[in-house]
Design a protein around this ligand. Structure first.
Ligand code: MRU
Length: 355
């Protein structure tokens, strides 16, 4: 399961290796994870992040538990529940652990079945993101035709590229496909405070792919939309309810409001594993992660000599509140780009296409 665009892989000893996303774009560090507890920690401390990839690491973490605890299914389950609760909002995490436990429950050969299932979960994401790319790129072409554009400007928020779901991402998959089809595309990249996943990770991915983009401060999108400088917005998702409400990185809702006010199409790209069919009203039912206020106060980067380090930007003693995600109501979403096609963000349409 190796490939250029995979931030996680198994080494020859069967250990999990991951690209430590906390240090990108200035440093490339690889971490080796050998136990379920290490997988839990890597998810909660953001060594790995992005809905798809935390699902992948969760699945691999359950395989590592099978390596630690052999045929002791009860112990594996107890420990797997810790992985399952390592972050609360992205549902791919729970989906992957539940799928692994289901296989282990029925298995007579726990270790090899767990390993095969974890690899399958990762490999399936490759196909899912490729299809999402094609479905999304057809929409890009349609918008270009309708508006008679030679170049399209797409706004995205956070990082929903191959660092977040192998190996083309969700929101970035249509943009990578556009590049393959020779479409002239420019991306407005929201910096995505406080952790700066846009400025650090999305920009790093797009630079590597040779895709024209500009990083903007988070509050810029509305202004650009008012001046006809954004043709469409595409974001990823961490959880989508059966009624089409979308939980994604904090700030997504404000972009959707601005898009709606300016008639800019606002799409959300996701694999079907990001649907949470148990919930309908996202504002009431989705658990929004509260992260450490240190992420508000402290930024990471390099100094003028290129030396990496951290910098406090707020006054000592100031309070911070760090809401990780927000919910965009279905009514603000133009469509959901999935591997099953384009779906209206609406309970009936979601049910018809998926069930
Ligand atoms: O806190 P993060 O960095 O894990 O948040 C990631 C996002 O919000 C992405 O947009 C989301 O996971 C979609 S990408 C599959």
């Amino acid at each position: 399961m190796q490939g250029k665009y995979r931030p996680i892989w198994l080494n020859d000893n069967g250990d999990l290796e991951v690209l430590d996303q906390r240090y990108l774009p200035h440093e490339t560090k690889i971490r080796k994870l050998t136990t379920g507890a290490e997988a839990t920690e890597a998810i909660s401390n953001m060594t790995v992040r992005g809905a798809g990839v935390i699902g992948n690491v969760a699945a691999m973490g359950v395989y590592l538990l099978a390596r630690e605890f052999g045929d002791d299914k009860a112990r594996i389950k107890d420990e797997a529940l810790k992985i399952r609760s390592s972050r609360p909002t992205a549902v791919n995490l729970m989906w992957a652990v539940d799928r692994m436990l289901d296989i282990i429950e029925k298995s007579d050969n726990v270790l090899s079945d767990a390993k095969a299932e974890a690899i399958a979960i990762c490999d399936e994401d490759v196909k899912r993101s490729e299809t999402i790319g094609k479905v999304g790129c057809d929409i890009i072409e349609k918008i270009m035709q309708e508006k008679n554009l030679k170049k399209i400007n797409i706004l995205t928020h956070c990082n929903a590229g191959w660092l977040a779901i192998i190996d083309s991402g969700t929101a970035l998959a249509p943009i990578y496909e556009a590049k393959r089809r020779g479409i002239d595309v420019h991306v407005w990249v929201d910096e995505t405070r406080p952790r700066n996943q846009g400025a650090n990770l999305t920009s790093w991915e797009l630079l590597d792919a040779g895709i024209d983009h500009t990083i903007i401060a988070d509050n810029t999108g509305g202004h650009l939309m008012q001046h006809n400088m954004v043709d469409m917005a595409i974001t990823g998702a961490d959880r989508v309810t059966r009624c089409g409400d979308v939980a994604n990185k904090i700030g997504t809702y404000l972009k959707a409001l601005a898009a709606n006010d300016n008639s800019v199409p606002f799409y959300v790209a996701l694999p079907l594993s990001t649907f949470d069919f148990e919930s309908c009203n996202g504002m009431k039912e989705i658990d929004i992660e509260m992260r450490s206020e240190d992420e508000i106060h402290i930024m990471r980067g390099i100094d003028s000599e290129g030396k990496p380090g951290e910098l406090r930007i707020t006054p000592e003693g100031a309070k911070g509140a760090n809401y990780g995600f927000d919910v965009t109501p279905a009514r603000l979403i133009t469509g959901l780009i999935t591997e099953a096609g384009l779906i209206e963000a609406d309970e009936k349409a979601i049910k018809e296409l998926i069930c």
